[in-house]
Design a protein around this ligand. Structure first.
Ligand SMILES: NC(=O)N[C@H]1NC(=O)NC1=O
Length: 135
């Protein structure tokens, strides 16, 4: 994400963001599941925790290759990354979900992806509320 995008996001409402960047713009902010960033330790602490909770840090070599291949296919078909709320799924369900959602239309996937982003945001907000209530 560019610095220009980050500063725009920080001062924008959800509605403004959607109308400026569209659903696909939101989806492109999310890192790949078990992707290059995860492998190199470059994920945010939130994404690291989420991906670990689904067991994506314990993928076998075969599962890693499968995930990589399906993620590539998904991006090639839709032009944005596959997004799912990792904290609500385990690695097996994520791989099956990826395979199944590849069969959908781009429109369905943009809507489904944004719904998953909302789940991710909700859980992140609950974490913030929970940690600030302990202060
Ligand atoms: N691509 C994708 O779904 N990424 C993520 N999902 C989630 O729960 N955390 C992520 O980083």
């Amino acid at each position: 994400m560019s610095l220009k995008t980050i500063s725009a996001v920080n001062s924008m409402s959800y509605e403004d963001f959607i109308s400026t960047f569209g659903k696909e713009g939101i989806l492109r902010l999310l890192p790949d599941l078990a992707g290059r960033l995860a492998m190199s330790g470059g994920l945010s602490k939130e994404s690291t925790k989420e991906q670990q909770s689904a067991g994506l840090n314990t993928l076998t070599e075969q599962e890693k290759q499968n995930m990589h291949h399906l993620n590539q296919q998904y991006k090639q078909k839709f032009g944005f990354p596959f997004v799912i709320c990792a904290r609500e799924n385990k690695k097996e369900a994520i791989l099956t979900g990826l395979e199944n959602r590849l069969k959908n239309s781009g429109e369905t996937e943009a809507v489904t992806g944004v719904e998953e982003v909302k789940k991710i945001c909700r859980l992140r907000l609950l974490d913030i509320v929970d940690s600030s209530s302990k202060l």
